[in-house]
Design a protein around this ligand. Structure first.
Ligand SMILES: [Zn+2]
Length: 130
């Protein structure tokens, strides 16, 4: 059944990649894959649990406990709110250091009534276009 498992693993990963910036419970992952007909398979919750704990062990996915005490999973390379600066003239994109990002996001949470759980884009003008 190795091939079958690999397929399910791939569809879980592609589901998480499509929805990068969000965390999901196993139930939500199962539903998400089922509603995506292109995935071509519908793994059971226990299968997804098994695959997810494997992905957590390998460091591909991070796990946290939600407010309803359920496990939520997100991709590890999804650094929880990345900030990019885009030049509005030429469209060049620069990424801000992860540490600085989390500081900015913390400040936003303190000062604004709207939090962010995904990517932030700041528009500016790059050195070349100044
Ligand atoms: Zn530019």
């Amino acid at each position: 059944m190795a091939t079958y498992n690999t397929m399910q693993r791939a569809s879980i990963l592609s589901f998480l990649e499509t929805n990068i910036g969000q965390a999901f419970t196993v139930k939500e992952i199962v539903e998400g894959i089922r509603s995506d007909s292109a995935a071509g398979c519908s793994p059971s919750e226990s299968t997804v649990y098994r695959i997810m704990s494997d992905l957590v062990k390998n460091g591909i996915v991070r796990r946290k406990i939600s407010q309803n005490r359920e496990y939520q999973y997100r991709l590890s390379n999804d650094s929880m709110g990345r900030i990019s600066v885009r030049c509005k003239v030429c469209g060049a994109v620069q990424h801000i250091d992860e540490k600085v990002c989390s500081e900015i996001i913390d400040e936003l949470k303190k000062n604004a009534s709207i939090g962010t759980d995904g990517d932030i884009e700041i528009l500016g003008i790059c050195d070349k276009c100044k």
